[in-house]
Design a protein around this ligand. Structure first.
Ligand code: CO
Length: 216
């Protein structure tokens, strides 16, 4: 017997409950998926994408990695984005980070951690970009949380700057990019104010979103 039998058992009872409540649920999903949203989030186990926005299987296309990064050479993330935009025609791309992100906290320090340093380098570059603002926050947790916010905004901007999104906007496809952050401590999502649906709006939306509180 598998040492993961308890999970297989949970799966059986879940499938049975869904099937009883909605007999057409699985057959409908088996034919196609039609999600309206692409979620790009952190791999953290405390931030389960579907659950925190109350969406069912089939309603949210998901990509997750350490610290919700959108790196311009990451074929994995870009392939997800291309499929979501060009084939599924999602209308929203949500980059959702979370406060207290371990990846961001690690990037705040300079300790060598091995392979993941190359990944965290992208966040360390953002830290360098906002060094002065971050240095003015005396509390370490608050400093990490501000970098969590800035990281989301930068990654959402990266989404906007991909040729996938740029081409979609040029052909007039409805597509909005959002930057959100989730609070593990209260289960609530904050909209960071970067909601962009056209190239012309990107620069100003980004400028306002990254401005320190009250300085936009
Ligand atoms: Co995280």
């Amino acid at each position: 017997m598998s040492s993961l039998q308890h999970l297989l058992d949970k799966n059986r009872s879940w499938a049975q409950e869904v099937q009883q409540a909605r007999p057409d649920f699985f057959p409908t999903l088996a034919r196609q998926q039609q999600p309206d949203y692409l979620w790009i989030g952190c791999a953290d186990s405390r931030v389960p994408a579907n659950q925190i926005v109350g969406l069912l299987p089939g309603e949210l296309f998901v990509h997750r990695n350490v610290a919700n990064l959108v790196v311009h050479t990451d074929l994995n993330c870009l392939s997800v984005l291309q499929f979501a935009v060009e084939v599924l025609k999602v209308e929203h791309v949500i980059v959702c980070g979370h406060y207290g992100c371990g990846g961001v906290a690690a990037a705040m320090g300079d300790q060598e951690l091995g392979l993941i340093d190359s990944w965290l380098r992208h966040i360390r570059d953002i830290r360098a970009q906002y060094l002065k603002e971050l240095a003015e926050i005396p509390d370490k947790d608050k400093r990490v949380n501000r970098l969590c916010e800035l990281n989301v905004i930068e990654q959402a901007r990266n989404v906007c700057c991909t040729n996938i999104v740029q081409k979609a906007w040029r052909r007039g496809q409805p597509l909005q990019v959002h930057g959100w952050i989730y609070g593990i401590q209260d289960g609530l999502i904050n909209d960071l104010g970067l909601n962009v649906s056209r190239q012309e709006d990107l620069h100003e939306a980004y400028r306002i979103a990254v401005a320190p509180f009250g300085q936009a």
